[in-house]
Design a protein around this ligand. Structure first.
Ligand code: EPU
Length: 280
């Protein structure tokens, strides 16, 4: 899984399957259900730490018709496997604004919706009109806005077994050049404040209410601290970067050290923002 995650750590999966159509996806879900094989949906692997023992069962990636994008006036209908950075630029060229809040989020639409990605105070969930899911029973359901709940880096789409096959997002008309300017502005900020060119998994911890995890971690003296090849980024203390040969164990040991240090120093127990999966 180190080849399929942006942090570049993680052991082997039993199988990695790319599905290209909804019907292939349904067959695979049924196949796994009948045999009790666990199924893990992988997006871009950008908010994910896979442990060194890897993942038992099938790891699934959505492609083909599940990566389609259709614009209809101010609405865009997208597949769950769509790569968000491409969608943001496509929308900007069409003169549709809203997705700028996700600038620099290197994930899929499905992954972004599940974790309600965005900045610290603007989220993709605010754009959602509906989300189409495949249930564990193999049924396709469209969940309307009022069946969906989005919180800070949380959504009720995490409910067991739901696979996001697509979504309809509401955007706002605006000048393409003005939208592109906002995207560039946000990109510049990210490049200045985050280790965007090093293997990492985005922010490791959620911001506690009224605080910034990065600020607390820096104030606790953690910037630059290393375990093996896992290092607290000297640029942003809420990022762990892989200097080359880090293992998931190095990363998770370092993350726990960061958590404990902040707890001892400030009495705040940070909550993980990254998804951690797999066997030790
Ligand atoms: N700060 C420090 N030291 C650090 C890092 C940050 O003092 O090492 C301070 C900054 O000086 C600033 C404040 O903390 O005053 C906030 O920093 P920043 O603007 O970088 O935002 P953040 O709260 O750390 C959030 C999201 C990011 C998102 C950025 C930019 C969370 C956990 N993180 O970071 O999302 O990219 O805003 O919009 O909500 C992610 O979810 O993986 C992620 C990277």
């Amino acid at each position: 899984m180190s080849q399929h995650t942006t942090l570049r750590v993680g052991g082997l999966a039993d199988a990695l399957v790319h599905v290209k159509t909804l019907s292939e996806l349904r067959s695979l879900v049924q196949f796994c259900r009948e045999r009790d094989i666990p199924l893990f949906i992988l997006g871009e692997g950008s908010n994910l730490i896979v442990r060194d023992g890897g993942i038992r069962g099938v790891v699934l990636r959505l492609g083909g018709e599940l990566e389609q994008v259709n614009f209809n006036t101010t609405k865009v209908t997208v597949g769950g496997g769509v790569y968000l950075p491409h969608l943001i630029v496509q929308a900007a060229r069409k003169g549709l604004s809203g997705l700028e809040r996700c600038t620099g989020v290197p994930g899929t639409v499905g992954g972004a919706l599940i974790s309600n990605a965005g900045t610290a105070d603007e989220f993709i969930g605010d754009l959602v009109q509906s989300v189409t899911v495949l249930t564990e029973e193999g049924e396709v359901r469209e969940l309307s806005r009022d069946e969906l709940r989005f919180g800070y880096r949380w959504s009720n789409l995490r409910e067991k077994g739901l696979i996001i096959v697509g979504a309809a997002l509401n955007l706002q008309p605006d000048e393409p050049s003005a939208i592109m300017e906002r995207i560039h502005h946000r990109w510049r900020y990210r490049r200045q404040t985050q280790p965007v060119n090093q293997p990492c998994a985005g922010c490791i911890f959620k911001n506690p209410p009224g605080e910034r995890a990065g600020r607390l971690l820096e104030a606790a003296g953690l910037k630059g601290v290393r375990i093996g090849d896992a290092q607290v980024s000297p640029l942003h203390a809420n990022f762990i970067v892989n200097l080359g040969k880090a293992t998931a164990n190095d990363v998770l040991t370092l993350a726990e050290h960061m958590r404990q240090t902040v707890h001892e120093r400030f009495g705040i127990l940070l909550e993980y923002e990254v998804q951690i999966v797999g066997d030790d």
